[in-house]
Design a binder for this molecule. Structure first.
Ligand code: AMP
Length: 370
């Protein structure tokens, strides 16, 4: 049994609201989260395993936390819950926290966290993601159930693989047999040809202005909160991004080389402006449908990313969703071509702290924490 809403209410009741501290594991997108928290006037706490990593933060004084919590391993974080609550800490989860701590432990971490932990259940399985996204009106790459049916390029993905590790491309059953590791659970997806765009959205259920998401199902006709597009990136992936330099796939295979999809960095991008309405339509559907998912009545809260490919007929295919801040927002510590239009210097990290600040002012903290 994970943390419940009443646990969070109880903890918050004893918090000194004038001394909220933003806590984050020192990795992933922590520089912008810490920097953004400071911009919004919060105290900051860096969580780290071992002393070694702390040193690197002194190279970025604008993000160097006011205080450190040094652990021997991530599991120890659970034992420090009391200590953190005494310091009025709100933890901002990111991909590395969930990965290092493990989703089961993250669910029982007894500290208020930003966003909805319940969404993890839906995010953590490809088939549940598909149910959610399709309900929201997104088109996804086709799934090939039987490897014998592979006819044209497909991408084979292993369950729980991080950063695209181990993925491979196959053109037919023979390719598949040659590369597959049957010890792991895998999914075979149509390989979508086009350009990748990772769209960083933010949903603030406490804001009543701007682009208001319209509910569906029982919430039909209701405005659920404000949706913003904060930025957009494209990942650098080794070695697939550079493979074209070595010749055709056939040439590469003769050299016993297979493309790999390991994320090494991120680049800022924008899409054609005419694609923005469809991008918002998909994001609105994704937020609206998140409230309709079983056991998840609180829906999506805060940052999320739709990972897409735009084909040459200008159609989006969404191949994945991340339901929290993504590292792809790191190029935008100083704002982006989208967020700058509304307010300069608004990173996703800062937007999270702004959301907390506004919710504090309105007495709505419980609405955005879990
Ligand atoms: P994922 O783990 O689903 O985020 O995928 C990792 C990388 O694999 C992506 O960033 C893309 O480069 C590539 N990829 C994933 N799914 C597809 C797809 N259906 N078609 C083409 N490329 C894909």
């Amino acid at each position: 049994m994970g943390v419940t809403n009443s646990n969070v209410s109880e903890w918050l009741a004893s918090y000194d609201k004038s001394k909220i501290t933003i806590g984050v594991v020192a990795s992933h997108s922590s520089l912008q989260i810490l920097h953004g928290a400071r911009q919004e006037g919060f105290q900051t706490l860096g969580i780290v395993v071992g002393e070694e990593r702390k040193r690197y933060y002194s190279a970025f004084p604008g993000a160097d936390p006011d205080e450190w919590l040094v652990l021997e391993n991530y599991a120890q974080l659970l034992e420090k819950a009391d200590w953190m609550r005494k310091r009025n800490v709100i933890v901002i989860p990111h991909g590395s926290l969930v990965e290092y701590l493990g989703s089961e432990k993250f669910k029982i971490l007894e500290v208020p966290t930003f966003g909805n932990r319940g969404i993890l259940h839906w995010e953590s399985s490809r088939s549940r993601q598909r149910t959610w996204l399709e309900k929201g009106g997104c088109s996804l790459p086709k799934i090939i159930d039987d490897p014998h049916d592979i006819d044209g390029p497909v991408i084979v993905k292993y369950a729980g693989a991080k950063g695209g590790e181990g993925y491979f491309i196959a053109r037919d059953y023979r390719d598949f047999r040659r590369n597959v590791n049957l010890d792991y659970e895998f999914t075979i997806q149509e390989y979508v040809l086009g350009c990748r765009y990772y769209l960083h959205f933010f949903f603030d259920p406490t804001a009543e202005d701007g682009f208001q998401v319209q509910g569906m199902g029982e919430k039909s006709g209701k405005s659920l909160g404000r949706l913003e597009l904060l930025s957009m990136d494209r990942r650098d992936e080794a070695n697939v991004d550079e493979f074209y330099k070595l010749g055709s796939l056939r040439d590469l295979r003769e050299m016993s080389l297979e493309p790999s999809f390991v994320v090494t960095g991120n680049q800022p991008v924008v899409i054609r402006e005419s694609l923005l309405p469809r991008a918002f339509q998909m994001a609105e559907g994704t937020v609206a449908s998140s409230f309709e998912l079983e056991e998840n009545s609180r829906g999506m809260i805060g940052a999320f990313c739709l990972e897409t490919i735009v084909t040459d007929d200008l159609e989006f295919r969404v191949f994945e969703i991340s339901a929290r801040i993504v590292a792809g927002s790191n190029p935008f510590v100083g704002g982006s071509p989208y967020s700058d239009i509304n307010e300069p210097f608004m990173s996703t990290g800062r937007r999270i702290s702004r959301c907390i600040k506004k919710a504090l002012e309105k007495g709505m903290l419980e609405t955005i924490l879990s």
